[in-house]
Design a protein. Structure first.
Length: 322
């Protein structure tokens, strides 16, 4: 799959997720098979660019290219300036957020709330595309409500505005993450586009990946929640699509090694205090399919010392190896 000058191979993309797709997680997913990993959503409000959170979100040191950064906002000029700012700080692809269903985002008419105003969608897309020389991509949902699924029209507007690739989550904003993703709208969008299309929503196994590609005709897949605690999913899907056989789930020993590597990266990136807090949700995701995980989670969640957290994870997996 080609996005501007960049070949995305395999065409499997880690979805941008606030509080999740920081640099340590992006690097891990890329190493384990993702062809592209999109950054956490960054605000187009320049007043927020000097916060610690914003500085960390634009830290791409050591990442494999292309570097894709997602921006969010509702004002075309602010969005254009945010695109220029992030390109100046290393972004090689700019992704526009029109898919986030969070209330705090939609309340300021950003994210998926923008789908209600097709003229504004066009103005934002054109402004961002004109502002930078790197490819600009767009993430949307099928519509704002089930009754207003205008994804096909939005897709046409995006393509006409110079958007280089489109990702579509197969739910409306109204659905949040409830119910089943519907792929008919994505398939209909495929019929009107010549730019690359990524299908997103409920892709949680190699078999489901092949099914979604077949049902939608998409060029690639964007994977979000299914990668939480399972960063190896990208490599497993890629292997299955190429070879037709399913790789076994990693052993407890392999999961242990990956989680400990992830913890070390988080402590180094955030510092031990904040790294410990960020690590808690990842520990829960990695461990949830292993026996005794619920009791372990209750214990490890109360720890306030990074070395103790790390040692507790080591013990949890060591006990399951014997």
């Amino acid at each position: 799959m080609q996005i501007g000058p960049y070949s995305i191979d395999p065409p499997l993309v880690l979805a941008p997720m606030a509080g999740v797709t920081d640099r340590p997680f992006r690097q891990l997913c890329r190493r384990l098979g993702a062809g592209l990993a999109v950054s956490e959503m960054t605000s187009s409000n320049a007043a927020l660019w000097d916060t610690d959170k914003s500085r960390l979100r634009r830290d791409h040191a050591g990442e494999s290219g292309p570097i894709s950064v997602q921006i969010a906002g509702y004002d075309p000029e602010q969005m254009a300036e945010a695109a220029r700012f992030n390109v100046a700080h290393g972004a090689q692809i700019i992704d526009i957020n029109m898919g986030c269903p969070a209330k705090k985002v939609c309340r300021v008419d950003a994210g998926s709330a923008l789908l209600r105003d097709e003229a504004l969608v066009a103005r934002i897309c054109r402004a961002v595309v004109a502002a930078v020389e790197v490819p600009v991509t767009l993430k949307i949902r099928t519509g704002y409500t089930q009754a207003q699924r205008n994804g096909v029209r939005i897709a046409q507007i995006a393509q006409d505005s110079g958007i280089a690739a489109l990702a579509v989550h197969g739910r409306s904003r109204e659905q949040q993450y409830q119910g089943q993703a519907e792929y008919d709208t994505i398939a209909a969008i495929r019929q009107v586009l010549t730019i690359p299309l990524l299908a997103n929503g409920d892709v949680d196994s190699p078999q489901k990946a092949r099914e979604v590609l077949a049902r939608t005709g998409a060029d690639g897949l964007m994977i979000g929640r299914a990668a939480q605690g399972r960063p190896w999913i990208f490599g497993h899907i890629s292997h299955y699509l190429k070879n037709g056989d399913v790789l076994p789930e990693p052993s407890a020993e392999r999961v242990r090694a990956l989680l400990l590597e992830h913890l070390r990266a988080l402590y180094a990136f955030y510092g031990e205090g904040r790294g410990l807090r960020v690590a808690r949700k990842h520990i829960q995701w990695y461990c949830q399919d292993h026996p005794g995980s619920e009791a372990f989670w209750q214990t490890v969640n109360r720890l306030t010392d990074a070395p103790a957290q790390y040692a507790a994870v080591e013990r949890f997996f060591d006990e399951r190896a014997h």
